[in-house]
Ligand binder design. Structure first.
Ligand SMILES: NC(=O)C1=CN([C@@H]2O[C@H](COP(=O)(O)OP(=O)(O)OC[C@H]3O[C@@H](n4cnc5c(N)ncnc54)[C@H](O)[C@@H]3O)[C@@H](O)[C@H]2O)C=CC1
Ligand SMILES: O=C1[C@@H](O)[C@H](O)[C@@H](O)[C@H](O)[C@H]1O
Length: 337
């Protein structure tokens, strides 16, 4: 394809607007030809920065345009199913922000709909798979030098949660990343989840169960623990340590630069995901554009999105009912290996 890939960006909030900027200024081989938001003024403000960009309030209307070759979905999770079904109706390739959907049933409907098309059309936005530190960890584990991973310790801290954040969203919106990382690094499905509740922080909004402590079990017997704390107040920290048979490997300590000055030693902590994972988002979107222009779909699949949704749903049950909840996955279609 000699002409740039024409992309419709659905949802022009924080992530959508950042992806529009990325496609226009960082990524090669693509341009934004349409933006969509149910808040028309927000979409118009973003479109005003892009020459020749159409504005819509309905995703299906944008997808009907001959200028749109592919779709980037950055609306909230509950709106993803409708947007993806509209893209499937036009057989358009999609990069869908995580979570694929907030529950397993809707995610499975999407797996079935893609399977009915007979080929993959969707890459799910689990961007940590494109982060330099996480890809090095994955590559090291794949060499086998450390032996099998037995345990994975993960920490996920946000400075403060959004006003609409619920206790369930700590799992479905935030821990969804660690669920994907665990499946990806272990190369295995997660079979059970236990969510424990430490005392909630006085810094968290009234009624929000924050922090939470999540234990994931894999089919091969590995254990992963995740501390999720979305009102830690001090910084954005995402860390993972793999404990293997012959050694350990750890990423996310944030020691990219350490300064020594005026009798003090130390570094700074990133404040949010747009800063910590900026390079990962760039690589993720470029990889999607490149694959789409080759007529391929790579990266995290709709199955990965479904599996994460099923694990998160089990986690939400454990949060409310207590105890260990087993994950029930539908049979994996051959399309997903
Ligand atoms: N990969 C990552 O690290 C991150 C991913 N996300 C994901 O990105 C997505 C968007 O998150 P944010 O940008 O933070 O949310 P946001 O609330 O800032 O923006 C969402 C936008 O979508 C619009 N919208 C709502 N329903 C819509 C619909 N049916 N059709 C079109 N537009 C609609 C809203 O009006 C709003 O402008 C979510 O799925 C979220 O989980 C968010 C933050 C980081
Ligand atoms: O995906 C993201 C947000 O939606 C979520 O709310 C945050 O907890 C994550 O750190 C961020 O990467």
């Amino acid at each position: 394809m000699a002409t740039p890939l024409g992309i419709a960006v659905i949802g022009t909030g924080r992530m959508g607007a950042d992806h529009v900027r990325r496609i226009q200024e960082v990524v090669s081989g693509a341009r934004v030809t349409a933006v969509v938001d149910i808040e028309a003024e927000r979409a118009k403000a973003v479109a005003a920065r892009v020459e020749g960009c159409a504005v819509h309030t309905d995703p299906a209307a944008a997808m009907a345009s001959a200028e749109v070759d592919a779709v980037l979905v950055a609306s909230p999770g509950p709106a993803h199913e409708a947007a993806l079904m509209a893209a499937f109706a036009r057989d358009l390739p999609v990069l869908c922000e995580k979570p694929l959907t907030p529950d397993a049933a809707s995610a499975l409907r999407l797996v079935e709909a893609e399977r009915a098309l007979g080929r993959r059309r969707v890459q799910v936005g689990f961007m940590r798979r494109y982060d330099a530190e996480y890809t090095r960890l994955k590559a090291l584990l794949e060499t086998g030098q450390l032996g099998r991973p037995l345990m994975l310790h993960q920490r996920h801290r946000n400075v403060a949660s959004a006003s609409f954040f619920t206790s369930d969203m700590l799992i479905t919106d935030s821990v969804a990343h660690e669920v994907d990382v665990t499946r990806w690094l272990a190369g295995d499905e997660i079979t059970a989840v236990t969510v424990l509740r430490p005392a909630s922080s006085a810094g968290a909004p009234e009624g929000l169960i924050d922090p939470q402590f999540v234990v994931l079990e894999t089919a091969g017997g590995a254990l992963a623990d995740v501390e999720i704390f979305v009102n830690c107040g001090f910084g954005y920290q995402v860390q993972a340590e793999a404990v293997c048979e012959r050694g350990t490997a750890r990423v996310g300590d944030g020691h990219a630069m350490v300064t020594a000055m005026a009798g003090r030693w130390g570094g700074s902590i990133t404040q949010d995901w747009t800063e910590r994972f900026a390079d990962a988002y760039d690589r993720e979107v470029q990889a999607w554009v490149d694959a789409t222009r080759r007529g391929e779909v790579t990266g995290p699949s709709i199955w990965d999105g479904y599996a994460a949704a099923a694990v998160c749903e089990a986690g939400v049950r454990s949060l409310h009912e207590g105890g260990r909840v087993e994950v029930e996955l539908a049979p994996r279609p051959s399309l997903y290996g």
